[in-house]
Design a protein around this ligand. Structure first.
Ligand code: ADP
Ligand code: GLC
Length: 489
């Protein structure tokens, strides 16, 4: 049997500590799945001011109470605390890095909850975190085989390792992996940010892109392996349409690029055991699903009608997720004999349109905010889940939807193309529906097609049973991380 690996997983969001989107789900579920495969995985994450020590059972570590480091030419101190991510089968050690300048005093993760804008010192905050993560690892005296970084917030780590710790024996054999969960977020700051890293000026070009200091570019160039969260998106980001300006950089490093789809944490997203929903249910007992539908309808003060199809959508209120199309089409959607519930937090312009629509139309519901429990109830109580994304690196909601017997209705892009197959009523094959084109007509036509199938009770139930039986668990993808990214090279 191959030797088990020591894997240091560094990320800016992990459930249950901090979450803005799918990165937090992946950052808990993948390390747990790797642990189950027999590897020694440890997580390093920032401890933001909003993370409660008591609720999350966070403890001090005496020997990691004062780690000095330099950011933007000034000394600052990192403090490292300890906790765990646990499920019924595995346990992962978590180190939480904090600091009384960059993390503890701020309530938000990336944005200031008061203004909704990015913190102006996000560059320094994540330079600090990248350095603190490496210093923590050194002080633990634990030699990693793999250092797995995620997104721009940790993308400086491979460069720091190779340029600042080149002679450090603890890192001599560590392989660096960078997962890009979303190319649209690159950590692009003014050129003056480079000096704050403490790296010698001669290295500035490695981080420079379009006149800015670009953290993701440095990560792509320096990591030993790079992957995205689906094979399709790995191809897409080498094109001008999806590369967000970094397509040529991506192409240049194309030989080390790979794509692996995300999985589902079947302990968190399982209608048979879910404590956050009204009534548990399973493939062989769908009755409970209808209780959830009623309770979802009540929550949005809609006439609870089991014969009217309910479409749900849970996504950050950003253009990526297709809210422009939803908002443009809202009157047409309201005119359909169907119900719609939306939940999200983000851009004001979408919030305004959806709030107004929910007031005006009885069959439209909208919750503005972040609510874990409601996210589960929407999955359980909807008949179908909408994902009209402009682009989608992987997407998790379509996988959760399948587990909950809600039919995914998705755009033809990225990870949605890798995980969904169009339903064919003649062959009774497939596991969802594609929105043929992202226009109001295209959206309405697809929704009508889904509604037609919904009213064919027998076929609908057979489709629900098919999708609920799909194995989207993390095991296969976790194995691919090990075999294709961690061990190669
Ligand atoms: P992304 O990471 O781009 O936001 P994913 O589909 O990968 O998209 O993951 C989104 C995750 O965030 C899901 O777990 C979803 O339930 C959750 N989520 C998004 N918006 C909200 C919200 N307003 N409240 C609760 N959970 C949310
Ligand atoms: C990103 C992507 C999403 C993906 C998630 C987790 O936020 O937008 O598609 O599922 O990361 O990898």
């Amino acid at each position: 049997m191959a030797k088990s690996l020591s894997i240091l997983f560094i990320t800016s969001e992990v459930l249950p500590f901090a979450k803005t989107g799918g990165l937090a789900d992946v950052s808990a579920a993948l390390p747990l799945a790797l642990t189950e495969l027999g590897h020694d995985v440890r997580l390093i994450i920032p401890k933001y001011g909003s993370v409660s020590e008591r609720r999350n059972r966070i403890h001090e570590i005496k020997r990691l109470k004062e780690i000095p480091m330099e950011v933007a030419g000034e000394e600052t101190i990192a403090v490292v605390k300890s906790s765990q991510v646990v499920n019924a089968r595995a346990k992962v050690q978590v180190y939480l890095v904090t600091n009384d300048k960059y993390l503890e005093p701020l309530k938000g993760i990336y944005t200031d909850p008061k203004t909704g804008k990015d913190f102006p010192n996000n560059d320094e905050r994540f330079i600090f975190f990248a350095k603190a993560a490496l210093e923590t690892c050194l002080r633990l005296g634990w030699k990693p085989d793999v250092i797995h970084c995620n997104d721009w917030q940790t993308a400086l780590i491979p460069m720091f390792m190779k340029e600042m710790y080149a002679k450090e024996p603890m890192f001599a054999h560590a392989r660096t992996v960078l997962t890009i969960h979303n190319m649209a977020y690159q950590g692009a700051f003014p050129a003056s940010t480079f000096a704050k890293t403490g790296l010698p000026e001669r290295l500035a070009p490695a981080m420079e892109h379009a006149g800015k200091t670009n953290f993701l570019k440095a990560g792509i160039a320096y990591a030993d392996a790079v992957n995205t969260v689906s094979p399709r998106y790995a191809k897409e980001i080498m094109t001008a349409e999806y590369g967000c300006g970094l397509e040529s950089v991506m192409k240049k490093h194309g030989e080390k690029l790979w794509g692996i789809v995300n999985g589902v944490d079947t302990e968190v997203w399982n209608p048979n055991t879910d404590k956050l929903i009204t009534e548990k249910y399973s493939l062989n007992n769908l009755e409970g699903k209808y209780e959830n539908k009623t309770s979802l309808g009540n929550r949005f003060v809609m006439d609870a009608d089991l014969d009217t199809p309910m479409f749900g959508m849970v996504a950050r209120l950003v253009e990526q997720k297709g809210y422009d199309l939803i908002c443009d089409s809202i009157d047409k959607l309201a005119a359909l004999p169907a119900q719609f519930v939306f939940m999200g937090e983000g851009d004001k312009k979408y919030e305004t349109v959806l709030t107004r629509a929910a007031k005006k139309y009885k069959n439209i519901g909208f919750f503005h905010g972040y609510d874990e429990e409601l996210a589960h109830l929407i999955q359980a109580g909807s008949d179908a889940i909408l994902m009209p994304s402009r682009f989608e690196p992987c997407g998790l909601n379509q996988l959760y939807a399948q587990a909950y017997g809600s039919v995914p209705v998705v755009a033809k892009t990225g990870g949605l193309l890798d995980t969904i197959e169009e339903y064919n009523p003649k062959k009774e094959s497939g596991n969802g529906f594609f929105i043929q084109d992202l226009t109001t007509e295209g959206l309405v036509a697809t929704i009508q097609k889904v509604m037609e199938l919904f009213h064919n009770e027998e076929q609908w139930e057979s489709l629900l049973k098919t999708i609920m039986a799909i194995d989207n668990s993390w095991k296969a993808s976790a194995e691919e991380y090990v075999n294709h990214l961690y061990r190669k090279g």
